[in-house]
Design a protein around this ligand. Structure first.
Ligand SMILES: Nc1nc2c(ncn2[C@@H]2O[C@H](COP(=O)(O)OP(=O)(O)O)[C@@H](O)[C@H]2O)c(=O)[nH]1
Ligand SMILES: [Mg+2]
Length: 247
């Protein structure tokens, strides 16, 4: 390659896992089919079902797969933060994050990455035309709708889906986003991270995704986690709305 010319972007796809043994192997296979030049990082929290061991076996068989093991269940937010730090430390250009249960289907990866031509964060969005959710009870729809409305108003984030985890981040923007100021450990991480990226002047784009129910295993969301995330969002959101937070 001539000097000064940039090659294709170096992409890291991060998958936070807690008891995803039945989903992990087919998911990684489909991810690498769509993005053959990408690397996959599994961040496992010592899953009792052996997901971490399976990830190690996959890493031994394919150099594109890497694994980080954490001692115990430390939350989805900090798992994604760990992946963000890994992407910064290893000089990737883009970090794609997705759930490891097929709710975020790899078929959307090419559109997500293509949008990075014009944006710094691409959101896999349920709330733009063509996007949606299948098999969600009305209670979950209502909560997701309410959270997104709250976040758009309080944080003034110009995106329709602020709560999903399926995103592609430009790593240079993550470096400017003051991630050390993130307060969320659990599910409010998505909104807060988007807010931090926005404060770092990221251009946000959305591409439609249909969020499907997980293929195997059980959800790890508890009512306690919902209440905790909502209260974090309310406190941070009010602070942002009235201009009491640092840039
Ligand atoms: N490493 C790690 N992953 C987690 C944790 N909690 C959830 N996950 C993963 O985060 C993703 C989303 O979690 P899930 O329980 O499916 O949430 P839901 O889709 O909102 O019901 C899945 O890939 C989980 O395995 C955690 O504490 N640590
Ligand atoms: Mg899920």
């Amino acid at each position: 390659m001539p000097p000064g010319e940039k090659g294709p972007p170096r992409i890291l796809v991060s998958l936070a896992t807690y008891n995803e043994r039945d989903n992990l192997a087919p998911l990684v296979r489909e991810v690498l089919e769509r993005l053959p030049a990408a690397h996959v990082l599994v961040v496992d929290d010592n899953s009792p079902d052996g997901t971490g061991r399976l990830a190690d076996e996959m890493a031994a068989a394919d150099p594109r797969v890497r694994v980080l093991h954490r001692a115990g269940k430390l939350g989805l937010g900090t798992a994604i933060l760990t992946a963000m730090r890994y992407a910064m430390d290893h000089d990737y250009d883009y970090l794609v994050n997705m759930d490891a249960d097929f709710s975020h289907h790899p078929r959307y990866l090419p559109a997500l990455v293509a949008g990075m031509d014009r944006h710094d964060v691409m959101i896999g969005s349920r709330y733009v035309p063509g996007g949606g959710t299948v098999a969600w009870p009305w209670s979950r729809r209502l909560m997701s709708w309410g959270v997104n409305l709250l976040v758009r108003l309080l944080f003034r984030i110009p995106a329709h889906d602020c709560s999903g985890a399926y995103r592609c981040y430009r790593v240079t923007k993550l470096r400017k986003a003051h991630l050390e100021r993130l307060q969320s450990r659990g599910y409010s991480f998505q909104q807060e991270a988007l807010y931090r990226c926005r404060r770092a002047r990221s251009r946000l784009g959305e591409t439609p995704i249909v969020f499907e129910d997980r293929r195997a295993g059980a959800s790890k969301v508890s009512p306690r986690e919902v209440v905790r995330s909502l209260s974090v969002l309310l406190v941070l959101g009010l602070r942002a709305f009235f201009g009491f937070d640092r840039p």
